[in-house]
Structures are given as structure tokens and as C-alpha cells.
Design a protein around this ligand. Structure first.
Ligand SMILES: NC(=O)c1ccc[n+]([C@@H]2O[C@H](COP(=O)([O-])OP(=O)(O)OC[C@H]3O[C@@H](n4cnc5c(N)ncnc54)[C@H](OP(=O)(O)O)[C@@H]3O)[C@@H](O)[C@H]2O)c1
Length: 248
């Protein structure tokens, strides 16, 4: 049962549709949504009485501890969270674009991708540990990407994005070892959402034509179903949206 769910990146295509899907499926669900500009969130989510919005920028210093301090005023840690979803991520924008050749790789782009796609997740989980101490089964789902698989990397390119998602995957795996010891029954997983129409994938819409592409609401339905079905045996797995296992 998932009644209190925190979604980081609730303003994104996948994050916002997951929020809608969770609210639709269970009238008891309460959401805690993190994004950079809560005031820009669509009205249906922003004004839902079951949504609490908190401002958070994964690339800002001390963002995770600041958001945890704010969360404590809205949800005492003893009340706990049942699930944490990390749906924030960056592929392009602000001087960043997927590199075709290694000469295009820039230190700033790599470090920004690492902050938003990887360290932002682990630092947030670390700050949220007090909410993950209860005895019920808990879910921690990081939205990763198949292109973060080292084994599956046959085409190369996309240096910053691939590396940051590979780093995210390692953080998931490492947390999956520590968290059950410290936070009891739990599944901490990395998930490939499937190729999804969104601002993140938009510049690649021509190459997406050859792929199976889902709408963000289809992806959200897949991911909420996947999240509902998680059990302790999934802890430390890299899963695709359909529940199949992916190579690290
Ligand atoms: N779409 C796909 O085909 C696809 C495929 C594989 C994996 N994914 C992964 O799925 C996740 C969601 O992507 P999406 O398709 O929903 O893209 P999206 O619509 O562009 O959403 C990206 C989200 O990341 C947030 N974000 C970006 N920079 C941030 C920062 N500095 N601090 C906090 N939040 C930040 C955005 O918030 P703002 O509103 O503040 O910008 C937004 O909520 C990403 O991790 C992506 O890598 C997507």
C-alpha cells in the first residue's frame, strides 16, 4: 500500500503524469512533489488538496537538507514515506547537448548531469532517511535510462548523460545494500521508463520514429503498476517499464 509518496521532478512529463496516476488510482494517496518552480506546476496538480509542493533544485548546494527541513514542517518524519520516486533528470539545455564525439564533452555539462541525474538522487535519499525508518515495506525508485547500461552501450556518444545514468545506477545498487540494514523491508530500484514523448526527448523526435514511443501518461501508468508490484526480491535490480530485468 502506498499512501505517502514523494516525487522529485514532479514538474516533468513523467513525474507529473505519475502524480496524476497515483492520485487517480487511490483516493487515500498523499503526494509530496519536489520541483524547481512549484508556482509553474499545472493547476490540477498544484491545487490538489492531496499534493504538498516543495521547492528543490538538485544542482543547488544543500538542496536535499533544505527540502528535508521543509518537509519536516509538513510531514513529521515518524509518519514516514511509503515511496520515493526520483523523476528529475537532464539531457539537454543550459549549454548541455548529447555529445556525438568526445571533443564535444564539456566539464561543466558532465558535472551538471552528474548533479541532477545522479548525486541529487543519493543526497535526497540520505536526507529522507528519517522518513524511511518505519516497519512497512518501502519503495525507492530512481528513473534511470537504458542508455546508462554499460553492458548495453553499443552505439557510444551521449557521454555526459550515459555516464550520469551509469553513476545513478551504481548509487541505486549501493543504496540497495545499505538501506535494508538501516531501514528495514524495502526495494531500491533503477527503472528505464521506456522512450516517452517529453521535453527531454523532443529534440530527438526524428530518431524516435524508429522506436516504440509512449505518451507520458502511458509511461506513468506502466511505472505506477511496476512500483505497486515491487517486492523485496526486486531490491537492487535495474528494471525496464514492463518489469523485465536490464543488464547493468
Ligand atoms: N523521455 C524519455 O524518453 C526518457 C527515456 C529514458 C529515461 N528518461 C528519464 O526520465 C526522467 C524524466 O524525464 P522526462 O522525460 O519526464 O523529462 P522532462 O519532462 O524534461 O522532466 C525533467 C524533470 O527534471 C527536472 N529537473 C531538471 N533539472 C533539474 C534541477 N536542476 N533540479 C531539479 N529538477 C530538475 C525538471 O524540472 P523543472 O521543471 O524544474 O525543469 C523536470 O521535472 C529523467 O530522469 C530522464 O532521464 C526519460
Amino acid at each position: 500500500m502506498m499512501q505517502k509518496v514523494l516525487i522529485a521532478g514532479v514538474s516533468g512529463a513523467i513525474g507529473s503524469h505519475m502524480a496524476r496516476e497515483l492520485l487517480k488510482r487511490d483516493p487515500r494517496v498523499r503526494l509530496f512533489g519536489l520541483c524547481r518552480q512549484p508556482e509553474k506546476l499545472p493547476e490540477d496538480l498544484a491545487h490538489s488538496p492531496r499534493m504538498t509542493l516543495l521547492a528543490w533544485d538538485a544542482a543547488a548546494p544543500d538542496a536535499a537538507s533544505a527540502v528535508a527541513a521543509e518537509l519536516a514542517t509538513r510531514l513529521p518524519a515518524e509518519e514516514g514515506l511509503d515511496a520515493v520516486v526520483y523523476a528529475a533528470g537532464v539531457l539537454h539545455g543550459g549549454g548541455m547537448f548529447p555529445e556525438k564525439r568526445v571533443e564535444e564533452l564539456e566539464a561543466d555539462a558532465l558535472s551538471h548531469a552528474l548533479q541532477v541525474n545522479a548525486s541529487g538522487f543519493a543526497l535526497l535519499v540520505s536526507a529522507l532517511l528519517p522518513w524511511l525508518q518505519h516497519r512497512q515495506f518501502k519503495r525507492v525508485m530512481a528513473i534511470s535510462a537504458k542508455v546508462g547500461s554499460i553492458t548495453d552501450n553499443r552505439f557510444g556518444g551521449w557521454y555526459a548523460y550515459r555516464s550520469s545514468k551509469a553513476a545513478l545506477n551504481m548509487l541505486v545498487k549501493t543504496l540497495s545494500v545499505e538501506l535494508p540494514r538501516r531501514s528495514g523491508p524495502l526495494a531500491c530500484v533503477a527503472v528505464h521508463p521506456g522512450t516517452t514523448r517529453s521535453p527531454l526527448s523532443e529534440p530527438f523526435s526524428r530518431s524516435l520514429a524508429q522506436l516504440q514511443v509512449h505518451t507520458a501518461s502511458e509511461t506513468a501508468a506502466h511505472l505506477v503498476t511496476l512500483m505497486n508490484g515491487l517486492e523485496e526480491r526486486h531490491n537492487g535490480c535495474f528494471l525496464s517499464w514492463d518489469g523485465s530485468e536490464l543488464p547493468w
